[in-house]
Design a protein around this ligand. Structure first.
Ligand SMILES: [Zn+2]
Length: 399
């Protein structure tokens, strides 16, 4: 009964929030967090959190809120961030922007017993500090590694055990690009459709090892229409949709252009992204089956919240691949996270990304791409990124 009363009070207090504006009274830096203090309990659903890139920014739009006075959020500085900005973005929207040198896992929360507060963790280290760690004498690192080995073995086995318990109901759809008569890019007799299927199969194993359920849009060399690929993801109610591709450029550029890129759906003015999208979209544009204009479909999904989530997923996956590849290979180029209007991602109603694992037109990268070791590193990187994204997402929802 007591609980019921508290529950009713809670509902009353949250519904009253919709009627009047909340004041943001104070923002301070404490224990590596940005701590926001409101004049009363606020509705955390009114806070929209998303990331922007180039430069990397964590952005919070706090709706139904006003700054209590002009001094709130002024002169905030942290050595871990490029800048911290707070502004009355719109009449009733306060915007907080954290700009950093690179992306980081930012999981804000409302402390359990003080509902007037909202805590946003800042990155834990600066780019400079990481470099210092790498420069440590090799011998010392080796010693440390030996010590940690035993610990690690224990950790991974327990992590694997908990993984199988928790992720069974989380389905990941892996889409190996092209297939059948659609070979994708070809260079020196090597075909994109074969490469991406090999990597997709390795990714399937990696995700299953982490306890996830996996569905493959194709397991062999067959043709699938692009809309069919995401429809499967919707039908199966997947958590994440990931399409795997390899890139290619014309002959005169083949020695120069290489690297790993991850895309999420969005219209773009970036000429390079447009070119890549045009190439990957060819299979759909050829078929006159779809009468809907491209722009209409893109617009219909553009405004969905999935873009923010897809952007986050893309950042985690790109980082996972780069970390793994660079730990074993020199000169792997980070092509970064970009947006492009890919047809295969249109209509996907869940976080969806497209990975270009490398350029098969580049002789050096092609050689690497067709080795089991390189493929394994890519697969592990993608799986790690997906796992990281989903874990952070859960924290976001639960807090
Ligand atoms: Zn492709």
């Amino acid at each position: 009964m007591k609980f019921l009363k508290i529950f009713l009070l809670f509902i009353l207090s949250t519904t009253s929030l919709f009627s009047s504006v909340v004041l943001l009274e104070k923002i301070e830096l404490k224990k590596g967090e940005l701590r926001l203090q409101f004049n009363r309990s606020y509705d955390k659903k009114k806070i929209r959190h998303f990331a922007l890139i180039k430069p990397y920014r964590e952005v919070f739009d706090i709706k139904n809120t006003r700054l209590a006075n002009r001094q709130v959020g002024k002169n905030l500085k942290s050595s871990h961030c490029r800048s911290l900005r707070v502004s009355q973005y719109k009449k009733n929207v306060v915007r907080v922007v954290i700009e950093t040198d690179k992306s980081y896992a930012c999981t804000p929360y409302r402390p359990l017993f003080s509902h007037k507060y909202y805590h946003i963790p800042l990155p834990k280290f600066t780019a400079r500090k990481i470099q210092k760690q790498v420069k440590k004498p090799y011998k010392k690192l080796k010693k440390k590694a030996k010590k940690q080995k035993k610990k690690k073995a224990y950790l991974t086995s327990s992590a694997a055990a908990s993984a199988t318990r928790y992720h069974k109901n989380e389905l990941i759809v892996i889409d190996a690009g092209h297939g059948g008569y659609d070979t994708g890019a070809i260079a020196a007799g090597k075909r994109e459709k074969d490469l991406v299927l090999q990597i997709a199969k390795k990714l399937e194993k990696q995700l299953k090892r982490r306890g996830y359920s996996v569905y493959m849009t194709r397991k062999r060399d067959r043709f699938l229409k692009l809309p069919q690929r995401t429809r499967i993801a919707d039908k199966k109610d997947a958590k994440v949709f990931i399409s795997i591709h390899a890139n290619s450029v014309p002959k005169r550029k083949r020695n120069k252009v290489h690297g790993v890129e991850t895309f999420f759906l969005q219209t773009t003015r970036d000429a390079k992204s447009q070119r890549i999208a045009a190439r990957e979209n060819r299979a759909v544009l050829k078929g006159a089956g779809s009468k809907l204009s491209k722009q209409v479909i893109i617009d219909s999904v553009l405004n969905g919240p999935k873009i923010v989530q897809s952007n986050k997923l893309a950042i985690d996956v790109q980082r996972g691949m780069m970390t793994n590849l660079r730990s074993h290979y020199r000169g792997v180029k980070d092509g970064g996270v970009r947006s492009a209007p890919f047809w295969v991602l249109v209509g996907a109603s869940r976080p969806s990304i497209l990975v270009e694992v490398g350029y098969i037109s580049n002789p050096k990268e092609r050689k690497r791409l067709f080795t089991a070791k390189y493929q394994e590193l890519i697969a592990k990187g993608i799986a790690g990124g997906i796992n990281r994204y989903l874990t952070n997402r859960k924290k976001e929802i639960d807090f």
